[in-house]
Write a protein that binds this ligand. Structure first.
Ligand code: F6P
Length: 549
């Protein structure tokens, strides 16, 4: 392994820019955005960047030009440029799994060359896209028939984590473009309720299951896939029906075959696509069936435009870099623990959930690339809900609570569902919220409204609460690709500066291993228990009260 892959030689907290940011922090933490805007009337236009069709206003942040200069210097000192080049080149930057990180290859145009172990992967990507296209068209056009000769009307994706969150988010986000005469469902949880509710009203003769699993060994997915197979075989009475009602998306042909799916009906992807970065690989098969191959390719084109922007734009005009740096500023200097993502677009209702895996599985790491414990905070907690709903729920805490919560507002100039003045009302709320968060309401303003003195403190809004606002024309497949990729590369930027491996996920392993050990202990009530006293007592209690069937 080269030193280069282990990150910059100087530990983060010893880098010149880091120390300069520490020295700079008191001046900024004591400054109010009211003053920053008053002293710089053009701040709102100056601290904004438009690229690849997305407009980012980052002026409502607790940052000055000097802050941005130092953060950009930190990016340079952290070797961000080299890390970006290494990713796009296909270097094995996922060091703990010894893998390349090439979701960017999923949207590379035919003719590009990206080498993994000396082999150009771009032709394979396009071959799979071609196979997906033919299959999606056959299903959409009623040419792919179920076992009894009926066309497919229901598509059920079975997968979890990256093999679920991307597809379900993209389906919801692009529902406007989807086939309304077909039903799309997503089963992820090992809780039988998920499968039961997803299938209870479906006609098996018209139902296609897509078993999506990179490894094809994940407990939840394989349990649901076996249940689905029994459901199909039980209802249609023939094992041969499996061939017409199941396809697989996986890197593991051997396991797919063992399960009983013909590998001719398997859509391949590769170990260099991380699960949480896979929605534009064959994992997006359900998306392609829903919105059609052309729209799917438009989504890829959007991601590609953002890839190119990230790869080539100077950092001070680079959307993912700026967002990543500001996330670091709040996380590591202000001690903010979370970031709220607030899309003012109902179709993006699953976007925060999708981002949770993308950001937290990527950057929730406590050691750096060299395996040393970090002495700084890494990945913030991402959460959120669509506006305006969140305003009537948790925004109170963002406005007047004791915690600092940087927010990302996402809005669109045009709605996909023009209905009276709904869209103006929606967007008025985006602008009002970021304004209220930044500027608040002083006690003088509250008093001037005639508020009694005892009530005044309750009605004061301190303001100085930071936000980004991201605007785009309207939610098209292309724009969705851009948004997803904006966050992918913002996550990359943060991980590169923290010198962590943003592409492994060892933290999910221990729980899986322990669950495997506990399963037989639940099934055989005589099994001896050798856990801690709490776990033993919980298992005994469950054994006692579980309903035996
Ligand atoms: O939760 C861990 C994880 O490995 C995720 O990273 C991944 O997206 C998910 O499980 C599903 O894995 P698979 O696609 O192999 O079933």
């Amino acid at each position: 392994m080269t030193t280069e892959t282990k990150g910059p030689s100087q530990p983060l907290t010893e880098r010149t820019a880091w120390k300069a940011l520490q020295a700079h922090f008191p001046a900024i933490s004591g400054a109010h955005m009211r003053a920053l805007f008053r002293d710089d009337p053009r701040r709102g236009e100056r601290m904004a960047v438009e690229a690849a069709g997305l407009y980012l206003d980052y002026s409502k942040n607790r940052a000055t030009d000097e802050t941005m200069r130092l953060l950009l210097q930190l990016a340079d000192e952290s070797g961000l440029r080299e890390r970006i080049d290494a990713m796009f080149r296909g270097d094995k930057i996922n060091v703990t799994e010894n893998r390349a990180v090439l979701h960017v290859a999923l949207r590379a145009p035919m003719g590009d060359t990206i080498l993994v172990d000396g082999k150009n992967v771009v032709p394979e990507v396009h071959a799979v896209l071609g196979k997906m296209t033919r299959f999606a068209d056959a299903v959409r056009e009623g040419e792919w028939l179920g076992y009894t000769g009926k066309p497919i009307r229901n598509v059920v994706n079975i997968g979890i984590g990256g093999s679920d969150l991307g597809p379900v988010m993209a389906y919801e986000a692009l529902r406007h473009y989807s086939r309304r005469d077909m039903t799309f469902r997503f089963v992820s949880n090992v809780d039988g309720t998920d499968f039961e509710e997803a299938t209870r009203d479906l006609n098996p003769e018209e139902t296609l299951f897509i078993v999506s699993s990179k490894t094809f060994t994940t407990l939840e997915t394989m349990t649901n896939a076996h249940t689905a197979r029994s459901w199909i075989v039980g209802k249609l009475g023939q094992h041969a029906a499996v061939a017409k009602h199941f396809v697989a998306v996986s890197t593991n042909a051997e396991e797919v075959e063992k399960f009983g799916i013909d590998t001719a009906n398997m859509f391949e992807f590769w170990d260099w696509v991380g699960g949480r970065y896979s929605m534009e690989s064959a994992i997006g098969l359900s998306t392609m069936i829903a919105i059609g191959p052309e729209n799917f390719r438009a989504m890829l084109a959007g991601s590609r435009a953002m890839d190119e922007h990230f790869r080539t734009a100077p950092f001070d005009k680079n959307l993912p870099v700026l967002m990543g740096l500001l996330a670091i500023w709040y996380n590591d200097f202000f001690g903010a623990e979370t970031i709220a993502v607030l899309p003012y677009e109902q179709y993006l209702k699953r976007f925060p959930a999708y981002l949770q895996q993308l950001t937290m599985e990527s950057n929730g790491k406590h050691v750096n690339l060299a395996g040393a414990k970090v002495d700084y905070q890494t990945g913030p907690i991402f959460w959120g809900e669509p506006g305006t709903n969140g305003q009537h729920s948790f925004y109170q805490l963002i406005h007047q609570g004791t915690k600092l919560i940087p927010c990302d507002f996402i809005g669109f100039y045009q709605t996909l569902n023009p209905l009276g003045n709904h869209h103006d009302l929606l967007m008025a709320n985006v602008f009002a919220q970021s304004e209220a968060l930044a500027f608040g309401k002083t006690v003088e303003e509250v008093r001037a409204e005639g508020t009694p003195e005892w009530l005044a403190p309750h009605r004061v809004f301190e303001g100085n609460r930071p936000s980004n606002t991201i605007l785009a024309e309207r939610l098209t497949p292309e724009v969705l690709g851009k948004l997803v990729t904006l966050y992918e590369h913002s996550v990359f930027t943060q991980g590169a500066i923290w010198s962590i491996d943003s592409f492994d996920q060892w933290g999910v392993e221990l729980g899986k291993v322990l669950a495997k050990r506990i399963v037989p202990e639940l099934e055989q009530s005589s099994a001896e228990l050798q856990h801690d006293s709490s776990t033993n007592a919980l298992i005994r209690r469950y054994r006692k009260y579980r309903k035996s069937d």
